[in-house]
Design a protein around this ligand. Structure first.
Ligand code: FES
Length: 182
């Protein structure tokens, strides 16, 4: 499909059914010029993704009975054979018709629960460069912390950012937090 045609088709709202590997189906609406991944996340359907720029292929899906096309001027890391098989990157694709895409993972793969704030102590600190710190964190107590595909964790060490260089290792315990989003 030519770019101009794709843009025209993307001016219309479309319904896309996301078919997960475990048989679960979720229908989302994709707004004009909205990427399918963005539409799914906006409607509370978590999908596996990372870069959101078309470069990691994590958001790959198989188009089964719809037209989902890479947006004009959007990069894709897919090879030509994958594209001709109907694979698309949902972070970079518009829906050009109603229909469905198939995802190669179960609907339960990503659990979007409440973010948990956990305490941890900094058990090690290295400085690969003057402005980058590599921290080793030790979680306190039984946390149930686990990392799964699609989960994200963020560490906030506020004092570290403000601390002068000579005080790098002097972090107060109450400033040490790990945020887990399971
Ligand atoms: S999230 Fe990386 S290519 Fe789509």
């Amino acid at each position: 499909m030519r770019d101009s045609t794709a843009i025209e088709a993307a001016e219309t709202l479309h319904r896309i059914t996301l078919r997960f590997e475990d048989g679960v189906e979720k229908e989302i609406t994709v707004e004009p010029r909205e990427f399918v991944l963005d539409a799914a996340l906006r409607q509370g359907v978590p999908l596996v993704h990372q870069c959101r720029s078309g470069s990691c292929s994590t958001c790959i899906a198989q188009v089964v009975d719809s037209t989902v096309e890479t947006a004009p001027n959007r990069a894709t890391s897919l090879i030509a054979a994958e594209i001709s098989e109907g694979k698309r990157l949902l972070c970079s694709s518009y829906a050009l018709s109603d229909g469905a895409v198939r995802l190669a993972y179960p609907s339960t793969l990503i659990y979007e629960g409440e973010a948990k704030i956990l305490s941890a102590s900094v058990s090690g600190i290295e400085w690969p460069t003057a402005s980058v710190a590599k921290l080793t964190l030790k979680l306190e107590g039984e946390t149930g912390f686990s990392s799964r595909a699609g989960s994200a964790s963020a560490a906030s060490v506020r004092r570290l950012l403000d601390a002068p260089v000579k005080a790098r290792g002097d972090l107060a315990p109450h400033d040490r937090r790990v945020v887990e989003r399971a």
